[in-house]
Design a protein around this ligand. Structure first.
Ligand SMILES: Cc1ncc(COP(=O)(O)O)c(C=O)c1O
Length: 416
């Protein structure tokens, strides 16, 4: 089974379509997450085509401006993908081969791969009730498992320097960034927020009241992959507080050109720029973001209501003091209490033409990383065994949600 994020949005849709039509025979299949492109996307892309500005052009700056306006981030740099933005953030944080980077075990694998791109080693930590990096575990790790050194906290077990921490705002739910940022500041470790899934999510109380995810750490990364709340047909955004770092990022993502005309390069650069056509789609999508969040919030409430009281099922809520973007809906299926387990429910729904996906396997158990250090990863497997992501596209109707909830309940009853 492919990880959820790597399901192409149309491919996933097509897959459900074949089976849905064959088995259900009554309606279009319901995909997990498809993009809704009903705003100015076509007009903006048309402009790119008509003017010939398809690779570079005004929409890249517009997309960056819109992200800065939305989040109040001082600087934003459009990148080819969210993974590229994370990779560049690690380079800017000066993470070197042999360094250590703290990551959660519960996340899509991209931020962990980015750690390896710079030759560093991930250390896996456990999660809280909303699958975000547990601030207490992080605090204990840095205080008890590391000793201070001039270069930063040194992990006593490995001898490596902890050069960065990457919290991930899983499925759009903001982590407890106030605690995480305090802990990291105390130990002198930069934070790179993986906000790839949480464009538009923010805190609504406490010290971070009004702040958007991705803007609290030294760096943040957004994704505009096809399954995200807003898409740019792929794409990402690097957020930084430091304009000089933003300039460095622009240099690195464009092959590190010292003299672009004479092909003089001053560093190992990358081809990580976003195209103007993609930025055009992204800029149009951002115009729809408030409406998209409202649709997803409404549908989350509808799912919660429709599944309320069903034994063995619980829809994961949202952390207090936050206004998330409700990107993905996590249904917790309690084995032995609901009629069937998470895996069987996914298969049953697929037969009904309803596409769902399991949570990612704990990353400290995935083959590229099973030899890495893991510290108090206590709940990743628990969530993995239970979480099923339900359809969440912004054009899901109230009727769709009720039908999906009905199919879930029926699947449990049929089995028991
Ligand atoms: C948590 C997380 N981090 C990073 C990424 C990488 O983003 P992209 O696919 O744009 O490279 C994704 C999703 O795709 C993600 O869900």
């Amino acid at each position: 089974m492919l990880p959820l994020e790597s399901q192409p949005e149309t491919g996933g849709h097509g897959e459900a379509e074949d089976r849905g039509d064959a088995r259900a025979g009554r309606r279009q299949p319901i995909p997990l997450a498809r993009p809704v492109l009903s705003g100015n996307e076509g007009t903006y892309v048309r402009e790119c085509v008509d003017t010939g500005w398809v690779t570079t052009g005004r929409f890249i700056g517009l997309l960056e401006d819109r992200i800065r306006e939305l989040t109040s981030a001082p600087a934003a740099v459009a990148c080819a993908t969210g993974t590229a933005a994370l990779h560049v953030a690690l380079l800017l944080a000066d993470v070197q081969p042999g360094d250590e980077v703290v990551v959660p075990s519960v996340t899509f694998i991209a931020p962990i791969n980015a750690v390896r791109y710079v030759g560093a080693e991930p250390v896996f930590l456990g999660c809280n009730d909303f699958m975000g990096l547990d601030p207490a575990v992080l605090s204990d790790f840095l205080a008890e498992e590391c000793r201070p050194s001039e270069e930063g906290p040194r992990d006593r077990a490995t001898g490596r320097i902890v050069k960065a921490v990457i919290p991930v705002h899983v499925f759009g739910n903001p982590c407890d960034m106030a605690s995480i940022a305090d802990t990291c500041a105390r130990h002198g470790v930069p934070v790179i927020e993986d906000a790839c899934e949480s464009v538009g999510s923010r805190w609504t109380s406490g010290r971070l009241d009004g702040r958007h995810t991705g803007t609290v750490g030294e760096f943040g990364a957004f994704s505009f992959n096809g399954n995200k709340i807003v898409t740019a047909a792929g794409g990402g955004m690097l957020i930084t507080r430091d304009p000089a770092q933003a300039e460095r990022a622009r240099y690195l993502i464009d092959q590190a050109k010292d003299d672009g005309v004479r092909y003089v390069h001053g560093a190992v650069g990358y081809n990580y720029r976003l195209s103007n056509v993609q930025a055009a789609i992204g800029a149009a999508q951002l115009e729809e973001l408030p409406r998209f969040i409202e649709m997803r919030r409404r549908n989350h409430a509808l799912y919660a209501e429709a599944l309320d009281g069903v034994e063995g099922l619980r829809l994961l809520g949202v952390p207090g003091g936050t206004a998330p973007n409700y990107w993905f809906y996590s249904l917790l299926v309690e084995p032995g209490q609901f009629g069937i387990d998470r895996e069987a429910l996914m298969v049953a729904l697929e037969r009904d033409g309803i596409q769902t996906r399991p949570l990612w396997p704990p990353n400290h158990l995935q083959s590229p990383y099973r030899d890495c250090r893991a510290y108090r990863v206590e709940r990743a497997s628990w969530f993995w065994e239970r979480v099923l992501s339900l359809p969440c596209s912004c054009d899901l109707t109230e009727g769709d949600v009720r039908e999906i909830a009905g199919a879930i309940i029926a699947a449990g009853e049929t089995a028991s």
